[in-house]
Design a protein around this ligand. Sequence first.
Ligand SMILES: *Cc1c(COP(=O)(O)O)cnc(C)c1O
Length: 388
Amino acid sequence: MTQKRHPQTLAIRGGKAQTEYLEHNQALFLTSSFMWESAEHAEALFAKKVKGFTYTRTANPTIAAFEERISALEGAERSVATSTGMSAIQAAFFTFLKAGDHVVSSRNLFGTTAGFINGVVTKFGIEVTLVSQTDLSEWQAAVKENTKLFFLETPSNPLGEVADLRALSEMAHAVGALLVVDNSLMSPVGQQPLALGADISVQSATKAIDGHGRVMGGVLSGSEELMGQVAVYCNSCGLAMSPFNAWNLLSGVETLSVRMEKQFANALQVAQWLQTHAQVKAVYYAGLPEHPQADLVAKQQNGGGIVIGFEVENQEKAWSVINRAELFSRTANLGDVRSTITHPWTTTHGRMSPEDKLAANIRPGLVRLSVGLEYADDLIADLQRALA
Ligand SMILES: *Cc1c(COP(=O)(O)O)cnc(C)c1O
């Protein structure tokens, strides 16, 4: 008799391929292909009459274990792992779209995703309309007869603007479109897009799921039906995750819940301290009680996440804070156990024109933090010194 287990237990104990050696940790199956007992066995495997593995681009036990544990956390029937977050986003678009289709997407996107949508997707005769992260009427007005997909990430990075997933899923489904949500910033511990009506949750596993800045990976989660199609696309286009990366990411999955709970708490403490600092003009963090969408945040998120934006006088001051920080790493990675600090105006958002940046409220004095697992008072002391 097995009782129904909590996702957190399944993230540690679920989806393991056990060999005859009774290894305690998930084994790393570092092999590109698998052998067959006989020609008959091979025929049965290829015809999918028996379960098993043939070739790692298609499926591999270590990658399958990772996918199963992500499914437990996302509340998904099935997940498909890919080489990077960007290949997961590519699969979410091109599995389901063809020339002549139309996409409605939030304007507030991770820089490479914005480049992919504007520079690659549109090359294949797929039309895209960019709309506000928060104004539902803009989404409604953008919908057309050929709209097949809604795309967004929430909360936005680094300003913490929250998109209403329940409302957008209803709007998408009313016109037969899929809602695809990039959940990289919250991870399934902070937000479960599928439970809020999204069809696909996609993430960069490079970020919070790894959590230790080691390897790259991506993963899509959803229904068996949709993920079956995604798996075919990924196999055809060769987007597979490396088994070595899946093996590393499995240890990330095992500690994801505790890491995120503590990092969200640290982030809230840092954000609230920043609010009291005389040199800080504004603090953007989805977990603050004063957040303009606090009711929506409470409804769809478990906590405010790990990313904080805060504004100082100008670029000179922002650079001085960044250069004087000793504990915060000067790097763009997010979701790591090590806290990081960046200047969006000249790095993550550097490719946008100054006008576009200002329209998106990205100003030269804005600093972005990703809050890690260090002791919160030490992070605050570091910022205090850097701001002085
Ligand atoms: C990093 C990131 C991606 C891209 O993931 P990679 O693993 O770097 O390819 C996509 N979306 C968001 C929100 C990200 O932060």
